[in-house]
Design a protein around this ligand. Structure first.
Ligand code: UTP
Length: 245
């Protein structure tokens, strides 16, 4: 597999307390990894938080979004040549894979040695961290995350982006929009469009939401900039964000 392996020495996990064996799926928006330039400070804090939870027995499958990298490449290509939706999607997919390789290297020693592309393959590993990226045109990384949750039998998916909550309407256009702390898939899906469009400003891909509903998956939507909230969610404590279940 072309250049996807990255060795890194295996790190022992001293004093691993086996309090839980839960694998949590995390969809990390590209806006957090590459808001304008790559946010190394965020990546450092994210790594520390994840490995702190790994010490307590949690394991993580982390799906990386494309963010500005995807949009920059798509806009640059379009400015030169008219491209099909599929071609633009491939630029997005490779952007998610570049971001995923970055995370894979950051978690070297803890992470499965290959970035997962196909979310339906069997992944037989004891590695506490698995990194995944975009799979095929017409999908989003949210949808990849839901498919991986299905494949691994995970019950909780944390969607880290740059919004604090799901709101009753787009708060940028409707200042009176109300935050939602807990909702059902039925109610959530009534708030968002039915179709997914790349670049759609919905808190979670509608196609992924439909699949999550059939799986009875719990998805927590929160602002990855406030990583302590992610920590609280993992611990089952009150957190700033929205739970859809
Ligand atoms: P993202 O999932 O990051 O989409 O994939 P996004 O809407 O830009 O989400 P945020 O803002 O990062 O959270 C980036 C692009 O890559 C393509 C799509 O074109 C998408 O817009 N993509 C991604 C696919 O075509 N298939 C995939 O499986 C994943």
């Amino acid at each position: 597999m072309e250049g996807v392996y990255s060795e890194g020495s295996r790190h022992a996990l001293p004093g691993l307390m086996q309090q839980t064996h839960e694998r949590i799926i995390v969809s990390v928006g590209g806006s957090l990894i590459v808001p304008d330039a790559i946010d190394s400070a965020f990546l450092r804090r994210f790594k520390d938080l994840v490995l702190g939870k790994v010490q307590r027995g949690y394991s993580f499958t982390i799906i990386c979004g494309g963010g500005l990298t995807a949009r920059n490449y798509q806009h640059a290509a379009e400015a030169v040549t008219p491209l099909s939706r599929q071609d633009l999607d491939w630029l997005g997919i490779h952007s998610t894979r570049l971001n995923a390789q970055l995370l894979r290297n950051i978690f070297a020693g803890y992470a499965y040695p290959v970035v997962i592309h196909n979310p339906t393959i069997d992944i037989d590993t004891e590695d506490p961290v698995i990194i995944a990226a975009g799979w095929q045109p017409g999908w989003s990384t949210d949808y990849v995350a839901v498919q991986i949750a299905k494949n691994l039998g995970a019950h909780r998916l944390a969607n880290l982006s740059n919004v604090d909550y799901v709101y009753t309407a787009d708060p940028k256009r409707h200042p009176d929009a109300q935050k939602i702390e807990r909702t059902t898939w039925k109610e959530f899906r009534a708030l968002i469009p039915e179709e997914w469009d790349p670049g759609l400003s919905a808190p979670f891909d509608p196609v992924a939401a439909k699949e999550a509903e059939t799986l009875s998956l719990e998805v927590a939507i929160m602002n990855g900039a406030h990583l302590e909230e992610f920590g609280n969610y993992i611990d089952g404590k009150p957190f700033r964000g929205t739970i859809v279940s």
